[in-house]
Design a binder for this molecule. Structure first.
Ligand code: NAD
Ligand code: TYD
Length: 349
């Protein structure tokens, strides 16, 4: 019997990780700790929230007293830490929130784990989920390796980089049994429609303009979210303590090419003549500090733990579009209220 704390389990990636663990490990007790910010949505877990091994705790990782009490009470064996402020554009307008949650929140969790585990680390693990954005931006060639020096450019990636450093420091200084993974851009069901793919699906559906930053030539490496969750499962159970693993889809797309592909699928699914929605493309002022290209070298994860992505991009992308079209109520719920205020501030419409 193991007690596992998953933070940020009501968010996009966290909900897929919770689902996988609750279904795959009936012997584990899974605790989902989430503040339910604008990005956290318990509807994401409606298919598993009645399972006897699932528990939800509403709380803020920035609140050290609350976190310490929770760890004292539940005495978790493992932590999979996903809770974060995760959107680069929001970090540009409000960096402090990112420092509180991503940095202070992570250190609070490290302290709480260290306090309950004392120096008895047998069977314990603190797994920190991070991003490839900590490595900075690539030119036209090359890819990020685990040894690539950190060079974050946005307040989001700077805060994630800082949290990664604290996790390593707690391993090196106190011997805390930590592991870190840095993943490329995820796509799939349940992603909040502020990120490129769900935002553009929603806009195409409503015939709203598609704000392409700069020239649309930035490159991202896209991975289906369930493949990320599978990698997290593998690294949590088999990764080496103190190590870092890069996770990526080996699937690079220029933004504009991805957007055209999305338009092609959407026009087909919506029964619009081919190419109709191309006219929605609107080039807007570039994101400040916009990283040109991300690409991941995931060969360590493949060689050491045998992980490979299982969902081909064509298949995953089509499935993703179908999910958003079939889950209109989900989209309507998350795009109401505070999200709309944010949207108006960002895009002025
Ligand atoms: P998300 O924004 O969809 O979800 C974040 C979750 O964290 C939400 O449920 C939110 O309510 C919760 N949360 C935020 N602040 C909190 C706080 N102070 N206390 C408790 N809970 C809080 O994010 P996501 O896209 O699912 O990303 C999850 C993790 O994976 C993040 O750490 C992110 O840096 C990392 N990551 C994301 C991607 C990606 O493409 N989305 C890629 C690589 C790594
Ligand atoms: P995003 O989904 O925000 O992820 P990240 O910045 O973490 O990679 O953005 C993906 C790419 O799409 C990035 O190059 C920025 C670009 N983008 C736009 O061109 N327009 C938009 O409205 C958004 C949200 C993103």
């Amino acid at each position: 019997m193991k007690k596992i704390l998953i933070t940020g389990g009501a968010g996009f990636i966290g909900s897929h990780v919770v689902r996988l663990f609750v279904n795959k490990y009936p012997d584990y007790q899974i605790y989902n700790l989430d503040k339910l910010t604008y990005a956290g949505n318990l509807e994401n877990l409606s298919d598993v929230d009645k399972m006897p091994n699932y528990h939800f705790v509403k709380g803020d990782i920035v609140d050290a007293a609350f976190i310490n009490q929770l760890f004292e009470k539940e005495r978790f064996d493992g932590v999979i830490h996903l809770a974060a402020e995760s959107h680069v554009d929001r970090s540009i307008t409000n960096p402090m929130e990112f420092i509180f949650t991503n940095v202070v929140g992570t250190v609070n969790l490290l302290n709480a784990a260290k306090a309950i585990w004392k120096d008895n680390y047998e069977g314990k693990r603190f797994y920190h989920i991070s991003t490839d954005e900590v490595y900075g931006a690539l030119g036209d060639t090359g890819s990020f390796k685990e040894t690539t020096p950190y060079s974050p450019h946005s307040p989001y990636s700077a805060a994630k980089a800082s949290s990664d450093h604290f996790v390593r420091a707690y391993h090196d200084t106190y011997g805390l049994p930590t592991v870190i993974s840095n993943c490329s851009n995820n796509y799939g069901p349940n992603q909040f429609p502020e990120k490129l793919i769900p935002l553009f699906i929603n806009n195409i559906k409503h015939n709203k303009s598609l704000p392409v930053y700069g020239k649309g030539i930035n490159v991202r490496d896209w991975l289906y979210v369930v493949d990320h969750a599978r990698a997290i499962d593998l690294i949590f159970h088999k990764g080496k303590t103190g190590e870092t693993y890069n996770i990526g889809g080996n699937n690079e797309w220029r933004n504009i090419d991805l957007i055209k592909k999305l338009i092609e699928i959407m026009d087909r699914k919506l029964g619009r003549p081919e190419g109709t929605s191309l006219e929605l493309i609107t080039y807007v002022t570039d994101r400040a500090g916009h990283d040109l290209r991300y690409a991941i070298d995931a060969s360590k994860l493949r060689a050491e733990l045998g992980w490979e992505p299982t969902i081909r991009f064509d298949e995953g992308f089509e499935k993703t579009v179908e999910w958003y079209l079939a889950n209109e109520a989900w989209l309507n719920n998350v795009t109401s209220g505070s999200y709309q205020d944010y949207y108006r501030k960002m895009y002025g419409e």
